[in-house]
Design a protein around this ligand. Structure first.
Ligand code: SAH
Length: 397
């Protein structure tokens, strides 16, 4: 038998179905489990708590597959989880049979497969595995995915550095069917986006901002828009469709900007109304400030600034900096849609940072809307860490 026992009191989170076992909670490891092996988990009183995937190198030493149940962690187990995820998505309007749409089918811990992300881009699936348990069972997962979705191809994007913490090698490649070199075209709310599944960020695209992008489209009419950290131009394409007067798309990535321009052509939107700028946003905002430029609508959707608890303060300074600058650039009545995808930065703190930025910019600012994750990025109630994306729409009055 392979098993771990927990220290006294450390069974509490498992009893509340939290999927993680931290290294400090482990008392004893029995039977020499290897990376990704399934272990039985017991409390200090020898009560059975569940089955977990063992991860000898990670701070997160185990991730639960089941609670209080000795199921076989096999093909059938994953088949059931995939079926549930497919049905849940369908009930929320995300259908695997729609050959043009894009959505997250498996959202890791929140869908019962810790560390496993599966994104659908038209008829191609892009998979990112970040934990040892899912890594060990990946062949079953890929075969089941191909069977259930009848997709054209599955591509592995196992190239995130997070894998190193788990003791996993980095790897990418086609694992089923065929995945073209050229971008896959998806339809998001009627806008076509070219997605580079093989080389784009993460699994290729930021599906989690779909709802916010649509909202920006609705409030862009006639506005001069600044889309910071634009990646492949998502918010900007919606702004153009929404009838903005002009959109400035700013990102450091040349490849992302190339796709942003391609997206404009593909959707027959006006290139004359868009300017693409390859620049560091921190510097670009300062340049605009020095030139006393103003905008009616600014989008700030930066990458994750807070990677660990130790750099929460540093990350907070980064958010403060760009938000302060953005507020100074807002025209009278101008709006700022500002986001943070750092899970460790909670909404309360984020809102305080925005308040500080407004105060320092000497502007009177109101919060008029809040943003979160869309329904294909659900949050397991037992796993608050699953809630990472937050945003505010604020207006200078
Ligand atoms: N808003 C996008 C997603 C943004 S992801 C969407 O809707 O799809 C964050 C982006 O920030 C990435 O494209 C990355 O290239 C860019 N980036 C990171 N640091 C940057 C910096 N300092 N200046 C400009 N762009 C930056």
């Amino acid at each position: 038998m392979k098993a771990i026992t927990l220290k006294a009191g450390r069974e509490k989170s498992a009893l509340r179905y939290h999927p993680w076992i931290f290294s400090g909670a482990v008392d004893e490891v029995i039977g020499d489990p290897e990376l990704g092996d399934t272990v039985e988990v017991y409390s200090y009183k020898s009560d059975f708590l569940g089955l977990a995937a063992y991860s000898p190198k990670s701070q997160i030493r185990g991730r639960f597959w089941t609670f209080g149940e000795k199921a076989n962690i096999d093909r059938e187990f994953f088949s059931d989880l995939l079926d549930r995820a497919i049905a849940a998505r369908k009930s929320r309007g995300f259908d695997i049979d729609d050959k043009e749409s894009a959505f997250r089918l498996i959202n890791a811990e929140n869908d019962g497969i810790p560390g496993c992300i599966i994104d659908k881009y038209a008829d191609i699936y892009s998979v990112e595995i970040l934990a040892a348990g899912a890594e060990v069972h990946r062949k079953d997962i890929y075969e089941l995915l191909a069977e259930k979705t009848h997709c054209r191809g599955i591509y592995e994007r196992c190239d995130s550095d997070v894998r190193k913490k788990e003791g996993l090698q980095l790897r990418t490649g086609c694992v089923y069917g065929e995945v073209p070199d050229e971008p896959v075209i998806i339809n998001e709310n009627g806008i076509l986006f070219p997605i580079d599944v093989k080389n784009g960020h993460k699994t290729g695209y930021y599906l989690d901002q779909r709802d916010a992008r649509r909202r920006i489209g609705e409030i862009s009419k006639g506005k001069k828009v600044l889309n910071c950290f634009c990646y492949t131009g998502g918010f900007g394409l919606y702004a153009l469709r929404g009838g903005c007067e002009k959109v400035y798309q700013v990102d450091v990535s040349k490849d992302a900007l190339k796709l942003a321009k391609e997206g404009i052509m593909r959707n027959k939107l006006s290139t004359a109304h868009a300017t693409h700028v390859e620049a560091d946003v921190f510097q670009y905002l300062r340049k605009c400030r020095d030139k006393a430029e103003t905008f009616d609508l600014i989008v700030l959707d930066p990458p994750k600034f807070v990677e660990s608890k130790d750099n929460l303060q540093k990350g907070a300074r980064g958010y403060k900096d760009i938000n302060l600058l953005a507020m100074k650039l807002l025209a009278e009545g101008g709006m700022l849609a500002t986001f943070s995808c750092s899970g460790l930065m909670e909404m309360d703190l984020f809102q305080k940072i925005i308040a500080d930025a407004a105060a320092d910019a000497r502007r009177r600012v109101q919060i008029i809307e809040r943003f979160g994750q869309p329904a294909d990025h659900p949050v397991n109630t037992a796993f608050p860490e699953g809630q990472y994306l937050k945003g505010l729409l604020v207006q200078v009055v």
